[in-house]
Structures are given as structure tokens and as C-alpha cells.
Design a protein around this ligand. Sequence first.
Ligand code: ADP
Length: 544
Amino acid sequence: MLGLMMDTPLTLTVIMRHGDRNHARREIVSVTHDHALHRYTFADCFARTRRLANALDRLGAGADARIATLAWNDFRHLELYYAVSCSGRVCHTVNPRLFEEQIVYILNHAEAEWVFVDPAFVPRLESLAAQCPAVKGYVVLSDEAHMPQTTLPNARCYETLVAAAPDTYAWPELDEKRASGLCYTSGTTGNPKGVLYNHRSAVLMAYAGALPDTCGVSAMDAILPIVPMFHVNAWGMPFSAVLTGAKLVFPGPTLSDPKRLADLITSEGVTISAGVPTVCLPLLAHARDNGRSLAPLNRMVIGGSACPLSMMEEFRDRHQVRVVHAWGMTEMSPLGTVNALTPETAPLTGAALADQMCSQGRAIPGVELKITDDDNRELPWDGKASGALKVRGYWVCRDYYRLDGTGGAHDADGWFATGDVASIDPNGFMRITDRAKDVIKSGGEWISSIDLENTAMGHPSVAEAAVIGVNHPKWQERPLLVVVRKQGVEVSATELLHYFEGKVAKWWIPEDVAFVDELPHTATGKLSKLELRKRFAAYRFPGT
Ligand code: ADP
């Protein structure tokens, strides 16, 4: 027997209408290249979104065209999110920090029709436009006064297009399974792979992302997404904010400027922010060096790579900010687990609390987890057994875009292999040991590079640390610690290695330390172990 409830499809259009009607006066504040601080309301935003949808029709964009964006986090990018997806098209966010050949590959693979581009990235696109002949034209995210001179073919001005279009639009009734967004993984191995979101997955992610034990978003919040809108939809924040009526504060091109971020937090009353650990380091350092408070910030969502304990403690002890440690991936829209308090963990103190904080947390409702051994047998949730982490759920990808089953990451029974190695404790708290490809195997046993990095980051002289496995004649591989020291601080390799004693198993202690001026990062701001391994390819441990 079927139920007798309405079949209202789960579409972003419903979320947009809700935000427009119910949170019309909520503010969206943006830094952009042409505005020191642009400020308008949800109502203004969605009126312009309707104009933009008309403009897309007038440009002749196809019914399910992929509309690419190379843009910072700001109000125009938000308008694109909704106008493109709610008119039935696919908002295809491209990471402008990728290598040129990757951008070319992505635009061609997705068959992007139109590209909306921030002036900052116009020169990049000019040099590769000839290699993307299928692109019909480029829209520069600017007003006429700030339009750059450009050789881009068929270049238009965003503000002119929007101003010329009417502000009423008959949004189509969309199937909830219709594609809404497209985001490519960064392609650390091989070509980037496209993850094609649909309205249903985006809506369910928006609801789940706003839950109290996920990011806990409400109409009383102001959110500053430092995580770029080209990195898995800024982790769903632009959708959760419109759903709940939270104010949005966008840093635009200043997302790597810690002073500007701290200014925005205090002046705009930001309560929630989100970003990868690498963007938090300079923010904390800025606050520390200048004796600044980050009030009224009270939650910082950190994910994308393991959040060091020292970072969580500094946020908590110096700023009364709770770090929401989250794990996920592009293929998961991206949220998979979040470390939130439970009655079992709330009473913990001291070392037990510190240890608990390093867990990546529990599955968000809508996502199921399991860990398996090499023969795909499920392993127990005992906090000890560690194996391949697999997931399935409402917002997990079923396949990659136009790879037609060759992505190879799905089991016959539909579970998606994340490529991470993890353990899960009896309360469901999951802990990432490593990415499968970063695992260090020493004498047949695994050593967690994440745990070692976390420990090294606790040393007061360490600004950033990475651990990679290096060949060893006796042990097959041993860990090498690569460290960036804090400015003006001296610390020896011996001192650093001593620091590990008593904190990790003796045989885990790195074999040696290499000091560098900076560590390589990926286009999404994570440590690039691949690049680091290349740099240390010729390295040999002393005496080997
Ligand atoms: P890519 O880094 O390839 O662009 P994603 O941004 O989707 O792709 O990264 C997903 C991966 O990032 C996960 O599989 C995991 O290895 C890592 N990751 C994400 N969050 C965390 C976390 N909190 N702790 C440890 N690793 C994490």
C-alpha cells in the first residue's frame, strides 16, 4: 500500500522559495573585486536570481546545460547556484587553482556551454580558451565599470545581462533526480572525476547539514564559509543557510587574508565558519599575534583533512570556539561524519577527551558506514580493527559523470569505497587512520601518518607537519617527519623526536626529521603527500 502524502519533489527551488518568502530580510554580505562590502537581502538575491534565469534563457543556454563557474565566494556566485540549478541546468563549479590542463580537461569533459568567471581568473581562461572550443561564451562577474579588457571570445558583462532581464520567472517543476550541480575531485591520481549531484541529494544534504549535531545552523546564525564554493558547494552552507535563514558572509577574494577574515567575523557577527585546517592556521596565528578575539564565533567546522588536536584546543581555550570536526568527500556532497557530543563522550576529560576529539565522529543520519578487510568481510566496531571505509546513503554518488562504471569505487552491493582506512568504536565514532595511498607500512604493520602529524603539530615550535613513508632496507618503510618551523623559532630534529616519546608507540616514532620552508598543498588547500613523496623520492635515511 502506498502512503497518501504529496509527492512534492525535493528540489532546491523549494528551498529557494522558502528562503525568499520566510527569510526575505536576512542579509548576504560579500567582499568582491568591485565592492569593499556588498550588502543585500535574501529577497534582493532571489529577485536577481530570477533575472539571471531569464538571462540564461536569453543566452540560449540548453535545458540541462552545464554552466561553469570560476568564482570566489560571493553574492553573484550564490545567484548562479540557484538560477542555474532551479532553471533545470547544472551548476558546474570549477576550482580555479587547478593546473591549466586540468581546467581544460574538466570544461571539455563536462561540455560546459557558458563559463561565468571572476575578473581575477580571466587571464587564466584567456590562455586556455582556444582549447575549449565547445564553450559558447564567457560572462565576467563584474559591472561595466570594472570589466577587464579581455580576449575571451564572446565575453559578456554579468551586471549588464542581469539588469536587462525581467525579475519574474516561471521556475519549472523539476524531477528531484534531475542533476543540479557538478564538482570534480581534485584528481590527485589520474584525471579529475565528475560527481553529479541532483536536487534530491542537495536538499537532503542541506537539511542534514543544518541538524544540531551536524553544523547546527539556525536563523540566529551568521555563516562565513571560508571553504570555497568551488570545493563541494562550500560544504552545503549556501543551501543550509537559505533553508534556515542564517545570514551569509562571503569573503570573496580575501579568503586567504586572516586579518580580513577576523574583521568580517567581528563586524558581521559571524557565529559559524568552515574551512580546511590550512586556512585556520593563519587565522589562529593572526588572532594570537595581535591579541585579537574571534568573538562572536562559536563554531568552526573543520574538515577536508584531519584537524590537529592543538588547533581544536587553541580554538576552544583561547576563543571559546567549538571545532566541529567533520569528515567527508566530494563524492559525499560532502558530509559523512561529524564529531558531536553524546552522553557517553560528554563527561570525558584530560587525555581521554583529547583522544576522543581526534575522532572524525559519527555518521550523519542518511549516511551508513562500514569497514571491511581485504576480502570485503565486515570488521567489528570495536575501536581497534581498522580497514577500508565504505559508505552508502542519500547524498553519496552512485557513479562518476561519464565514466560509466569505470570509476571502480563501488561494490557489487552498492557501497562506495572511500579510499580511507578507518576504525569505528562501539559508539559509532569513526577514526581515519590514513588515506589508503598514504598508509605507512613498517615491518608489516601500519603506522598512521595522521596520528604522527597530529602529535608533531602539538609541539610549540611546529607550524605545519607532514609524515610520509620512505623506503627502508630493513623495515620496508619508515616514517619521515617533514616540518615547517614557526617563524623565528629554532628546534632540532632530536628535540622533536624526543617529543614523540610516550605519546605514540615507540616503533611509530619517525626515523628522521627534514626541515623545509613550506609544504606543498593541493588545489583545495590540503597537504599534497603525492608532491611531497616526489620531492623526497631520492631521500635516504641516515646510515641506510
Ligand atoms: P580531494 O582531496 O581528492 O579533492 P576531497 O576533497 O573529496 O577530495 O577529499 C576527501 C578526502 O579528504 C577523504 O577521503 C579523506 O581522505 C580526507 N578527509 C576529509 N576530511 C577529513 C578529516 N576530517 N580527517 C581526515 N581526513 C579527511
